[in-house]
Design a protein around this ligand. Structure first.
Ligand code: PAF
Length: 282
């Protein structure tokens, strides 16, 4: 497994693979890898000749009061996990390599980013799109893998790939959960035991929302209220949002139809956690 810190090293290796006609799968991450990331890498491993993983805590996607400094990092553990999955190359740049002096360009969009996480994190998706497009230009993958836990991010990246004719297949992979239902996240490491127990309210409330839809409820307002009522019972939880949106366009819906994303963001103490499910009307 190669570990590259420079864009030029990645380009050289990727060009060599391309000349041999090999396909490339790419998994962008911010490190502190867990089973969720592992499932993305395994999917990339199955579907491509070569697998590239980036590990980079991207400053551009953090707001001024967010957890950039304290975001967990453990490169040695991450690289061992990558090696175990059969990753071929880790790209681990320093911030100056991605954003050299004078950097002032970014990628943004008019739709999809104004709701859900975009409301409380207004510059977040601009940072995500910019870094992901840069990675795509460096790695030039055939396929790129994103987790459904960040469902809005998945929709945003799919839209960007379509709008900007990137010719990269964006593959969405299911949420991976702890045995107790908590969606895997690098930020779970911030939770103490009491907070971890409180955080189980996220998946439990969504399970209730799912049951309501499966039982025939079509009023998005009632589904949101049922979910919010359950979360409100947990004293350590503070709701950022509970919403039901059209999955493709991330626009709120009043009635359940087509493919909808039921998404929540909740503070447990100081830790902001997200979770969701997607319902496809058949
Ligand atoms: O999902 C993440 O970890 C990040 O948003 C990503 C896609 C690696 C971009 O920094």
């Amino acid at each position: 497994m190669l570990i590259c810190e420079k864009k030029s090293e990645v380009r050289e290796q990727v060009n060599a693979w391309r000349r041999q006609g090999l396909s490339i799968g790419f998994v962008p991450t911010m490190g502190y890898l867990h089973e969720g990331h592992k499932s993305l890498m395994e999917a990339a491993r199955r579907e491509n000749d070569r697998v590239v993983v980036s590990i980079f805590v991207n400053p551009m996607q953090f707001g001024p009061t967010e957890d950039l400094e304290s975001y967990p990092r453990d490169f040695d553990r991450d690289s061992a996990l990558c090696e175990g999955v059969g990753v071929d190359l880790i790209f681990h740049p320093q911030p100056e390599e991605m954003y050299p002096e004078g950097f002032c360009s970014y990628v943004d969009m008019n739709g999809l980013t104004g709701e859900l996480c975009g409301k409380s994190r207004p510059t977040h998706f601009r940072g995500v799109q910019t870094v992901v497009l840069k990675f795509f230009n460096i790695v030039r993958p055939d396929r790129a893998y994103f987790g459904q836990k960040d469902a809005q991010q998945l929709s945003v990246i799919r839209r960007m790939a379509l709008d900007l004719d990137l010719g990269i297949e964006i593959v969405g992979c299911p949420i991976v959960r702890e045995e107790d239902g908590l969606a895997k996240s690098s930020r779970n490491t911030y939770l103490n035991e009491e907070e971890h127990q409180a955080a189980l309210m996220l998946s439990r409330s969504l399970a209730e929302g799912k049951t309501l839809i499966e039982d025939g409820e079509r009023d998005a307002g009632k589904i949101k209220s049922a979910i919010a009522d359950i979360i409100a019972k947990e004293p350590l939880a503070k709701i950022d949002y509970v919403d039901v949106v059209d999955f493709e366009n991330i626009v709120p819906v009043e009635k359940i139809s087509g493919t909808v994303l039921v998404a929540i963001a909740v503070y447990i103490g100081k830790t902001r956690l997200i979770d969701n499910f997607i319902h496809k009307e058949i």
